[in-house]
Design a protein around this ligand. Structure first.
Ligand code: PEP
Length: 244
C-alpha cells in the first residue's frame, strides 16, 4: 500500500476558519486528516484528495450517552478512519484497554477503519515492560473482534511510544521494527482473520520521517504537532511518496 500519513490535529486549531484554512493548505492524497469533532463537517466539505478521520468515538451507535459521538454519526459526515486508544485519552480520560476494545469493534461494525494506538510509557520502557504492555494492549484491545467484523476492513496499528509523543524524542527505527515484528507474532497467536497495517507515531518531522518510512514494514506515520504546519507536512508527504 502507499505509505499512509495520519494527521492528528488534537485540540487544534482554535476556530472553524483556521481549520478550513489548514485543511485547504494540506489536502493531499494518502493523507488522513483527523480534526476535532467540531470541525469534521467543515473540513470534510473542503477535502478533495485527503480522507477524513476522527480522533475518537463512542462504542454505541445511539442513545443516552451525553457528550459522546457515535460511529454512525461519524460515517454520516464521510469519516473513513477513527483513532482509538490514543495515549492522551488513556492518560487524561482514563480510557482502559477494554473501552478501546469496545470502540474498535464499534468502528469496524460501522464499516470504518480503526487506527489502534499502542505504546509504552518511559517508565515501562526503562523497566523492561515494553513488550508486556503492548501484548496487553493488543490482547484486550482486539478481544471483541469477530470473523464478520474482520471481514469488513483492515486494522491499522499505530505504535506510539508515549514518551515520544509531543516531546521531540523519537524511537530508534530499529527498535520500532522489532516491536512491529513482535506485534505480528502476537497477532498470529490471536488467530483472527483480520488484516493489519503498522505505522509509527511520536514526534515525526520532515527531518526524521525518512528513517522510518524507508523500511517496508513501517507502512506510514501518525503525525501530531507537525501536521499543523502545512510546509512541514508537505515535506513529510513528499518523502512518503518516494517510498510508496
Ligand atoms: C500523536 O498525536 O499521536 C503524535 C504522535 O503527536 P506528535 O507527532 O506531536 O508527537
Amino acid at each position: 500500500m502507499a505509505k499512509l500519513i495520519v494527521a492528528n490535529w488534537k485540540m487544534n486549531p482554535e476556530s472553524v476558519a483556521a481549520a478550513e484554512k489548514l485543511a485547504k493548505a494540506t489536502d493531499t492524497a494518502s493523507l488522513v486528516i483527523c480534526p476535532p469533532f467540531l470541525f469534521l463537517s467543515n473540513v470534510g466539505r473542503i477535502l478533495q484528495k485527503a480522507r477524513l478521520g476522527a480522533q475518537d468515538v463512542f462504542w454505541q451507535n445511539s442513545g443516552a450517552f451525553t457528550g459522546e459521538i457515535s460511529p454512525l454519526q461519524l460515517k454520516d459526515l464521510s469519516v473513513e478512519y477513527v483513532i482509538v486508544g490514543h495515549s492522551e485519552r488513556r492518560q487524561y480520560l482514563g480510557e482502559t484497554d477494554y473501552m478501546v476494545a469496545q470502540k474498535l469493534s464499534a468502528v469496524l461494525g460501522a464499516g470504518l477503519t480503526p487506527i489502534l494506538c499502542v505504546g509504552e510509557t518511559k517508565k515501562q520502557r526503562d523497566s523492561g515492560e515494553q513488550f508486556k504492555i503492548i501484548t496487553e494492549q493488543l490482547n484486550i484491545g482486539l478481544s471483541l473482534l469477530t470473523k464478520n467484523l474482520c471481514a469488513s476492513k483492515s486494522i491499522i496499528i499505530a505504535y506510539e511510544p508515549v514518551w515520544a509523543i509531543g516531546t521531540g524524542l523519537t524511537d530508534d527505527p530499529d527498535s520500532t521494527l522489532k516491536i512491529i515484528s513482535f506485534m505480528k507474532r502476537e497477532l498470529l497467536k490471536l488467530n483472527q482473520s483480520c488484516s493489519y497495517h503498522f505505522i509509527y507515531g511520536g514526534s515525526v518531522t520532515s527531518q526524521n520521517v525518512e528513517s522510518f518510512l524507508r523500511h517496508q514494514e513501517i507502512e506510514g506515520v501518525l503525525v501530531g504537532g507537525a501536521s499543523l504546519n502545512p510546509a512541514e507536512l508537505g515535506t513529510i508527504i513528499k518523502i512518503a511518496e518516494r517510498y510508496s
